[in-house]
Design a binder for this molecule. Structure first.
Ligand code: FAD
Length: 468
């Protein structure tokens, strides 16, 4: 029987009628994993967690919440790092967390067009394996691949380790299906590469971070597999030298698949956490990881310095380098870079910043950030590393109180001085909402608010995220 005197109980009954009672969670112990984020820095409150299993069920849930003025926080794998995937603390009424994890269908790979339609709740790893089994490659990869969902990667326009080769998530999208807060379904999944029929509505969901509606399925572009690759770790003294290595160490005839940089402290933490030895002969302030498509029998790296077109190519004779040709050696080398987030998080609650600057400014900006962070009085451990080819710097800091955001602001203001972005790939979430004005004009912010107001007039979708 519906309890109209108790709106919460009444919502619970309504949602159970849509998704089935077993997919409405109200037990605090079961809800815990949905209200605390991966970094443990963000914790919030929710009335309940609802787990729809189809687009129709998502539409029913959103209609039910909108009719009652209840906010909705959409959650995929909950690996987001800016506090956007979990609700804020408090609120009246408390929000509902809508988990997309049951929307995990994997459609047949269309071999002719090189496309596939997948549910928003399918993990990135599942989609990668599904594509590979059909002889194709999905272009996005990141360390959280086995938890992050396709919907989450679209909603944050995730980047990751292969952006230099395939671009951000935005470039992998052919079409999107999404549900607006009033329950209307926008479905554009036919997979036409050419379709100039007005506004590209699906594109608006890329980077929307749950503030416009719920992405339920995505039509993805796939790539031909790269084939054999080679991975090199190379010691570097400065960020300028690291950038130089990115072009000079690689044979100009082969394709660069990844270019990453890690610093000495981060490398040390990763080595300790994984119980492995420092991988190079000597210590260096920075270690560059390069992955290249292997054109043939050569490794793809230039061994001795050579003059080509008036420029020196190849590794110096004294370069400290290790090259991995087989899969297990490559995985060993990648582990140092891929463990960075986890290694810092193991220290406790860290400050995690993800910024980008135009590539020509990366070296100067990264050195300045090191100086700022290194001199910070409460700093205990930090790392300045990232996706070198993309001008994307991650700063991990342990020491300052979790709620002391002074150092975060100092970093973001430094990045703004270089004409950079306060979020390269993790999104805005709650963490950066107050600093969006540092890299987006008042006109841009007004246009974003107008779209938000048109599609979510009650402001129910992920309140507090992106706009603060
Ligand atoms: P969630 O964390 O659940 O949600 C993230 C945001 O998207 C939230 O605002 C949420 O409301 C919204 N959202 C989720 N699903 C939907 C949906 N279906 N419809 C509408 N909105 C939705 N990110 C990178 O870009 N590059 C990296 O290299 C990278 N490396 C990482 C490494 C580690 C170890 C970890 C923990 C995270 C890393 N991340 C990286 C961050 C994170 O994995 C990405 O932001 C990812 O895209 C989040 O996906 P998710 O499914 O976990 O989304």
């Amino acid at each position: 029987m519906t309890d109209i005197a108790n709106p919460v109980a009444e919502l619970r009954v309504a949602l159970a009628g849509i998704v089935g009672a077993e997919h409405v969670l109200t037990d605090p112990a079961l809800m815990e994993q949905y209200v605390v984020d991966w970094s443990r820095r963000w914790r919030g409150d929710a009335e309940l967690v609802v787990r729809p299993g189809s687009t129709d069920e998502v539409a029913g849930v959103l209609r039910a919440c909108s009719a009652r003025g209840v906010p909705v926080v959409t959650q995929g794998g909950n690996t987001g790092l800016v506090g956007g995937s979990v609700p804020a603390a408090g609120g009246d009424p408390l929000p509902v967390v809508l988990s997309t994890r049951r929307l995990d269908h994997l459609g047949d790979v269309d071999d002719l067009s090189g496309q596939v339609t997948v549910g928003a709740g399918a993990t990135l790893g599942d989609v990668q394996r599904h594509a590979a089994a059909a002889g194709w490659h999905y272009g996005v990869d990141l360390a959280a691949r086995d938890s992050a969902t396709i919907g989450g990667t679209v909603a944050t326009n995730a980047g990751g380790i292969h952006v230099v080769a395939f671009g951000m998530t935005r470039l992998q999208i052919v079409g999107i299906e999404a549900v607006l807060p009033d329950g209307s379904v926008l479905s554009h999944l036919a997979g036409m590469l050419k379709d100039n029929t007005g506004y590209d509505l699906g594109s608006l969901f890329c980077g929307s971070e749950g503030t416009l509606g719920v992405i339920t399925a995505v039509r993805l572009r796939l790539h031909r597999p790269v084939g054999r690759t080679s991975v090199a770790l190379i010691g570097a003294s400065t960020y300028a030298k690291a950038i130089d290595l990115m072009s000079s160490a690689v044979d100009p005839s082969v394709r660069l698949i990844a270019a990453e940089v890690t610093d000495e402290q981060g490398m040390e933490l990763a080595a300790q956490m994984n119980g492995v030895a420092w991988p190079l002969a000597q210590r260096h302030p920075l270690v560059v990881l390069l992955e290249v498509a292997d054109g043939g029998d050569a490794s793809g790296f230039m061994a001795g310095a050579e003059q080509i077109d008036g420029r020196t190519w190849g590794l110096d004779d004294d370069a400290d380098v290790v090259i991995g040709l087989d899969a297990s050696e490559q995985a060993r080398l990648w582990k140092f870079r891929e463990s960075q987030g986890e290694a810092f998080t193991a220290l406790g609650i860290t400050h995690k910043l993800d910024v980008s600057v135009p590539l020509p400014s990366l070296a100067a900006c990264a050195e300045e950030l090191r100086a700022i962070v290194g001199a910070w009085p409460t700093m205990e451990k930090f790392g300045v590393f990232g996706h070198l080819a993309d001008g994307n710097i991650h700063v991990e800091m342990f020491g300052p109180d979790a709620d002391d955001l002074e150092i975060d602001l100092a970093i973001l203001e430094c990045v703004a001085r270089y004409g950079g972005s306060v979020s390269a790939e993790h999104g805005v979430g709650r963490a950066k909402a107050g600093e969006l004005h540092l890299c987006r004009s008042a006109e841009e912010l007004a246009a974003m608010r107008a779209i938000k107001g048109a599609w979510d007039p009650q402001g129910l979708m992920n309140p507090g995220v992106v706009f603060g």
